[in-house]
Design a protein around this ligand. Sequence first.
Ligand SMILES: Cc1ncc(COP(=O)(O)O)c(C=O)c1O
Length: 409
Amino acid sequence: MERRTFLQALAVWLGLPFEAVRHWERPRPMPPDEGEDFWAWVRSEFPRHSSLINLNNGGVSPHPRPVLEAFFRLELAANEAPAYVMWRQQDQKEPIRQRLARLCGADPEEIALVRNSTEALETVIFGLDLRRGDEVILAESDYPSMVAAWKQREAREGIQLRWVRLPLPSDDPEALIAPYLEAITPRTRVLHLTHLINWTGQIVPVERLTAEARKRNIFTIVDAAHSFAHILVDFRAMGCDAAGVSLHKWLCAPFGTGLLYVRKEKIASIWPLFAAPPERKADDIRKFEHLGTRSIPTEQAISAAIDFHEQIGAVRKRDRLIALKNYWLEAALKLPKIKPLTSQRLSAGLATIQVEGWEPAKLADHLLEKHRILTAAIDWNGLKGVRITPHVYTSFSELDRLLEALQKL
Ligand SMILES: Cc1ncc(COP(=O)(O)O)c(C=O)c1O
């Protein structure tokens, strides 16, 4: 579809005057090669709120313009005849599977397209054959939905949960590994690990633990919701048996996209959450995709998000996210009454600080109402603070606004 025709159709569809989408008509400038000009170009590719500084990109990320455009184009086209366009023309999972596999060090036959990390990880949590009395090791700091899933198996089937408390924050890989190793018993069947902890941004050296688990024939699940497309993730090198990722976080893919990784040799041993048709072989990763009707435009626009991610480059993106974090965190820690809840050494773009005298929810509300800065309140197990998560489109001047607001506290 011609660009103008597409934009006219989009405006009609959204019930907006053409003027409202007209700015999309401007040609996309070529990105400068490097430096702050490059990042200014990245920033120009993202839609932004008119009055908010968004420093809560940890929960979910915006999509850059090419992803939004790909999604709208697909959605408009699909609506012309959904059963035909969506199912006969658009539903091309294989190229996306291959591209995602390349991004995470997997074989395409190990990647299933799902809707989010919750679906990916709960597929594995509920799909493993476990018996009453079998033990699962997990950390108190794991994501609440996964904790709830394991507790449901505990209540329903008598699986034994063994809880690990990690010393958060920690710069010491050994200190993070030790509690897991101490919890292993001859009855341990599963080790559930979170690669980058959402509360504080702590990175856990999961590869050390998967190696230990493998020696003991213990199944390993890695929650990589926050690490994929943020730091470098290679599931084969990580050595886990299964992992879950949300593509709407750091990859900036459409909302409601995720991937499930299962090591080839383990696929047959996991039941799908939604039963697959009988002709689907037990060792076919596609058995995990039998969901029923879902949004194919949403799924297909993942390609545009991969293009954008590759245009930046995974290493350059990670380094930029770390540089943004270091910029604000180092300055913030020079202010009185501010304490880090994040390891400087084992973290990347996401970090949490405590401000003495401020309850987390009050602090986050204050930053939002007085300074129009969106952060995430963290109040978990004694860790009390605000989580600050810039993204590739965040500018240093926005971080200066955060620092001014912290200074005024
Ligand atoms: C560590 C971790 N795991 C899992 C999830 C769940 O992700 P989703 O809501 O995309 O399923 C999140 C969401 O923030 C998370 O931080």
